[in-house]
Design a protein around this ligand. Structure first.
Ligand code: URA
Length: 212
């Protein structure tokens, strides 16, 4: 494996897609049909980061379109959002064989793409879906203990959540992930209010004085 260097600030989303599609930095590209860079508006207030493409995503090059994706769509609809309003991507952009867990060197090889996506999308809130995206910010922590809890990281709010596929495999987690999603509107409202206060406070005093 040859690690990818950080992507330059000039790399836009189209170029990033091309680089991901042609990426051979780890072995995953060998068994894959399509790379799955991610999709959504740029910028986007909310970004979801999953684990890795599965069978259907690998066929179509689009994230979260299989069973876990259908459940993600339902969860989004449940809080009045749809996919067109959020950016969705994964920690690794090629499908691991047999949907096995991504390996540390594969995650490391893909990291410059995720870093650049975060810089381009400029999310204010990131929802990590599953252990692998959670580990980027909360390595060593247990998802069972921190799921659904908003945390500040890298100037954003990051909310770790269970992966929707886990909820499909373990029925008991379904209610947990549904309850965690239902917390998002309030987290978003509080975050927007806080950002508005910070923006106001950062305005030059003359501009504030002119209002009166
Ligand atoms: N699971 C993921 O983590 N990502 C996808 O895109 C699909 C399933």
């Amino acid at each position: 494996m040859s690690a990818n260097p950080p992507l330059a600030a000039g790399v836009d989303i189209q170029r990033l897609r091309e680089l991901v599609s042609g990426c051979t930095a780890c072995e995953l590209h060998r068994g894959s049909t399509c790379a799955v860079p991610g999709e959504g508006p740029i910028p986007a207030e909310i970004m979801f980061i999953g684990e890795a493409p599965g069978f259907h995503e690998d066929r179509q090059g689009t994230p979260f379109i299989g069973a876990a994706g259908q459940f993600l769509n339902e969860l989004l609809h449940g809080i009045g959002l749809d996919r067109s309003q959020v950016y969705i991507t994964n920690v690794v952009k090629h499908r691991p064989p047999g949907n096995r867990d991504p390996l540390p060197d594969e995650i490391a090889a893909c990291r410059p793409y995720l870093d650049r996506q975060i810089a381009l999308v400029r999310p204010k809130l990131i929802v990590t879906l599953g252990r692998f995206s959670m580990a980027r910010w909360f390595a060593g922590q247990r998802i069972s203990q921190i799921h659904g809890q908003p945390k500040k990281a890298d100037g954003m709010i990051v909310v770790p959540m269970y992966h929707p596929a886990a909820a499909l495999h373990q029925g008991a987690l379904r209610a947990t992930i549904e309850a965690d999603f239902l917390k998002l509107p309030r987290i978003l409202a509080e975050m927007r209010q806080q950002l508005a206060v910070e923006e106001e406070a950062a305005k030059p005093k003359v501009e504030q004085a002119r209002l009166f």
